[in-house]
Each structure stands twice: as C-alpha cells, then as structure tokens.
Design a protein around this ligand. Structure first.
Ligand SMILES: Cc1cc2nc3c(=O)[nH]c(=O)nc-3n(C[C@H](O)[C@H](O)[C@H](O)COP(=O)(O)OP(=O)(O)OC[C@H]3O[C@@H](n4cnc5c(N)ncnc54)[C@H](O)[C@@H]3O)c2cc1C
Length: 406
C-alpha cells in the first residue's frame, strides 16, 4: 500500500508495532504475486535475495503413497514472465518489503502500536499510537487498517464475523534433514492429506536446508488429543505414508508455533475515511497459499480508490466501496473453491487430472481470479457434488464431508 500511494504522489506513513525482521506464518506464494512485485519494482529484490523458487505444487494421498503435481508453466499468465513464484522466510521478506516502501517514499515507524482509530462524526480522522509510555494522536485524510489477523478496526468496531464452517488449527515449526527426494518436485509446496477430516500438512522449503512443516486440522481434533504438542505433531505425521518417509530423519530447529481461530470476514471493509486490507479485512483457510496474494491485491485495489478519493476530494465510504466489492468477490471465489475442495476431496484430484478442467483449476490455484464468471469449473464441481449427494450409492459418497454447499 505504501509503495502504491508513493507512486501516486500521496504522502503516507506506515505504523508497525513490530521491529522487523520478525517471524510470521504464510511462507509460500502463488504466481499472481509476481504482477504486484513487478508493479512496485520489488521483483529484482526478490530475485537477488535468492528466495527458493516455487514452480508448482504436489499433493499426497494418505494411504497408498499416491501423489500428483501441477506446474505453473502449464498455465502462463498474461504479462507475467516467470513460470515460478517463491517460498519465503517471512522475517526476511516482510523486512525487505517494508524497507522497499521506505525507499519508495513512505515514512516508516517501527515498534509503535496503534491503539485505536480516531473517529469524528462517524468519520475516521486519525490514530492514537503508543510511543513507549506516551500516547500520540496522528491525523490523516485516510486510515488503512493493515493490522493482519489482529484486525484492529474490526475489533474496535465489533464487525468480525467468525467463519461458520471452518475452525482450523495449525501447529508448525522449521526442520532440517527432510528427505525431499531429487526429482523436479523437490522445491514444490507439498500438501499431505491426513486421515482426519480437513486435516493436512504443508511442507515449504525456506532454504536448501530448512523446511517449514505445519499440521492443520479441525480444532476439535487437536483439543481431543490429550498430549504434549510434540507427540500430537508426530502422531499426525505418521498418518500419511509419504510424509512419514520424508520426515523420518528430520530434526526440529525452532519452537512450535500455533495459530487458531483464523477464518473470518468483516461485515464491511470500508467506511468514511477508512479501508481495511489483507487479513485485516478477511481471512480464508490457507490450504491454497492464497493469503499473501489477497493481501497484495487488496492493497493495489484499495490504493486505486484512495487515489480516486484524492482526485475527487471525497473520502467517503461510497468512493471506497468498489474496492470492497472487488475484494469480496475475489476472496469469495477462493472461499467457494476451498469449500468444494473440503466437501469432497477426491473431486479435486479428479478435476485436476481431467484435461477439460485442469487449466481452470490451475488458473484458480495461481490466484488472480476476481470475476466469478471466469471459472465455470466451480459450477461443474458443485453439480458433481450434488450428483454424488443425491445418488443412492456412489463410490465417493462415504467421502462427502458434512459441509453445506451454500
Ligand atoms: C496457518 C496459516 C498458514 C498460512 N500459510 C500461508 C501460505 O502458505 N501462503 C500465503 O500466502 N499465506 C498464508 N497464510 C496467510 C498469511 O499469513 C496472511 O494472509 C498474510 O500474512 C496477510 O498479510 P497482511 O499484511 O494482511 O497481515 P500481516 O502479514 O499479519 O501483517 C500485519 C502487520 O500489522 C502489524 N500490526 C498488527 N497490529 C498492529 C497495531 N495495532 N499497530 C501497529 N501495527 C500492527 C503486525 O505487527 C504485522 O506486521 C497462512 C496463514 C495461517 C494462519
């Protein structure tokens, strides 16, 4: 956001409570991010830093050691000249992006917490920030809440809607000594299905030696497992044969971290004088590595409306609303895809193996769909699920999850 505003000649200040670099979850990207990096002249830094290149994704079935892969090169995106994206150490990546925003013109203040957004007559006019023991009020024409899952404004205004379907819980850490094999999928993101419903594990290479591994399950699965975190984590790893093999000599090199309660939406993403972007607006389940891409695109689209607001000298919700509609639609497409995916896991495998649908599924996986009419494959998936539901007997029927389609 800072980069886009500076490029438009709008002075801006980024207030960040952490002192970067700091660790963060969300380490694997989708290719649509490249377009934003190019637009804000950040791609060169990504390349020079030497982040691990991600050419595709591989999924592993729990039982029979079966696996299947996709390569981004199969579905080139117009205007994007790379057939790969990146896996990142978020400490490094976020720090560099922040420095880049500063180089482009943002004023960056670190180690300062925004306590609340200040309103006058229902319009956001500034923030109250804590500098050490002091509180300082800072005024601005537009306030952008980019506070991530902290959802500063969402909590202040009490407008967070918890996701009614997904209550996933993740435990993750970095490891050394994985046996990643030596074929072309070595540096893919690997997703391993577990035997518990909606359970999966990510394997994301951070460097040649270090790999991030995270176990994601429905919160109830974790709560019912009465044991220490290490035993829980290792027990889940054993439920997928390929994963157990990959991890057999792995050694954990940092503390386990956990993330819960992370799927929600806000009732509104904009108001008079303010907008919310990234996770501060909406968070969908991370199964398809969509979070950073949604955050980047939300900044791009929100900044376009802010530029328009300056041109019109009108900072009302009405001017910002087209941004909200667009982001809602884009995140809604991800959400629908994730819902259909969890509803009937074999469907995803089947569609990706079908030449008629493979490219559309790939388009979804690359993360640049903000128009629902571009992906009729979602309707076809829906119809397929309905057929399975209504059949008196069907091979996939026992695998239907208890998730409503709408
Ligand atoms: C288990 C899990 C796995 C995930 N895996 C992936 C993945 O593989 N790929 C992917 O793309 N995404 C993934 N994500 C999602 C990804 O982490 C987020 O979508 C992404 O980081 C959102 O970026 P953001 O800028 O909106 O928020 P953040 O990156 O969280 O940044 C928010 C910033 O605001 C600062 N802040 C917060 N409150 C205040 C305050 N009051 N005052 C000042 N500063 C404040 C924070 O310090 C932070 O630096 C995952 C998420 C989870 C939970």
């Amino acid at each position: 956001m800072g980069c886009y505003l500076s490029m438009a000649g709008i002075s801006n200040t980024i207030i960040e409570k952490a002192n970067h670099p700091r660790p963060h979850v969300g380490e694997s990207m989708v290719t649509s991010s490249t377009r934003i990096f190019e637009e804000i002249s950040f791609l060169k830094t990504m390349e020079e830093t030497g982040f691990v290149k991600k050419y595709g994704a591989t999924w592993h079935a729990p039982a029979n050691r079966g696996k299947f892969s996709i390569e981004f090169a199969e579905f080139p995106q117009p205007g994007i000249h790379q057939d790969y994206t990146y896996h990142v150490d978020r400490g490094k990546f976020d720090h560099q992006l922040l420095k880049h925003a500063e180089d482009m013109g943002s004023i960056v203040v670190q180690g300062v917490v925004v306590k609340r957004v200040l309103f006058e007559d229902g319009r956001a006019v500034g923030v109250r920030a804590g500098f050490g023991n002091q509180e300082v009020d800072m005024r601005a024409k537009v306030i952008v809440d980019a506070s991530g899952r902290g959802t500063l404004l969402g909590r202040q205004m009490r407008v967070i809607e918890k996701d009614p379907l997904f209550n996933q819980y993740a435990v993750h850490a970095w490891f050394k000594g994985l046996d990643k094999g030596d074929d072309h999928t070595r540096d893919h993101i690997h997703i391993y299905f577990l035997t518990v419903e909606r359970g999966w594990v990510w394997q994301i290479p951070i460097t040649e030696e270090i790999t991030s591994v995270g176990v994601v399950v429905d919160k109830s699965v974790f709560s019912e497992f009465h044991s220490d975190i290490e035993t829980y984590f290792n027990a889940q790893l054993q439920t997928n044969a390929n994963l157990a093999h990959t991890m057999r000599h792995a050694e954990r090199i940092n503390e386990f971290k956990s993330e819960g309660d992370y799927s929600y939406s806000l009732t509104n993403f904009v108001g008079d004088g303010y907008l919310m972007i990234g996770d501060a607006a909406r968070f969908v389940d991370p199964i398809f590595s969509s979070g950073v891409s949604i955050a980047l695109y939300s900044a791009k689209y929100a900044s376009e409306r802010i530029v328009r607001a300056f041109e019109m000298n009108d900072f009302s919700a009405a001017v910002f609303k087209p941004y909200e509609d667009r982001l809602r639609q884009g995140a809604g497409i991800w959400y629908e895809f994730i819902r259909l995916y969890y509803k009937l896991l074999p469907l995803f495998t089947r569609f990706i193996a079908n030449p008629e649908y493979r490219l559309q599924v790939l388009q979804l996986l690359q993360g640049e769909v903000f128009d629902r009419s571009e992906v009729p494959v979602l309707d076809t998936m829906r119809k397929y699920i309905e057929t399975v539901e209504n059949a008196s007997s069907h091979l996939f029927k026992p695998q239907l999850a208890d998730i409503p389609l709408d």
